[in-house]
Design a protein around this ligand. Sequence first.
Ligand code: DC
Length: 219
Amino acid sequence: MGKSFVIALDGPAASGKGTLAQLLAREYDLAYLDTGSLYRGVAYALLAAGKDPADEEAAAEAAANFSLDQIEGADIRTREVGAAASKVAAMPRVRKALLDFQRRFAANPPGGKRGAVLDGRDIGTVVCPDADLKFFVVASPEVRARRRFLELKAQKPDLTEADVYQDLAERDARDAARADAPMAQAADAELLDTTRLTIEAAFAAARRVVDGVFRRCEG
Ligand code: DC
């Protein structure tokens, strides 16, 4: 089997990268890994065990013992888990423990797929610097807060858009400022601004880039 074809999507929370990554994986028959779910999984395990997400020893242990089936069916998309995930993601020991899993997934995609799509914060810069294609997906803070608010408000009727805006601002600041693998656009990543795009339009724009790379690979 040839080398795995890897597409990396990075960017801030609620920029649309997860939805795009899933659509691209389906379109090109590639495996998909939401790497944020790994950090959320570690945070969830800590919170469920009554531990402090700021406890580096406990977080490193949870990351070392982490497996995807631990979060099967668990509600890892809550505000609390998101905030705790951003904290454990700043810990070098947690990142190191999760790095191998992500690289193995990219190099040997499950299900015999010819490649993989990974979305996160450091995929193009640290996890898969040699990815065949990289996107950095952004959107204005107001639009991202609106999107995340609409996702969360069904489970949390008392939540306000201002709360979500504040959560995202704190998370973005922490994710971009940490010393180890901060969120950053790789020099060779395509910038995709989804502020004024529907998901269909963003997907069409991403597909044009992917098709161009496929044509170059095959030509
Ligand atoms: O994409 P998300 O909101 O599910 O990610 C949850 C947290 O995990 C986010 O605040 C930052 C962290 N994360 C990371 O540091 N590196 C990644 N590759 C993916 C997520």
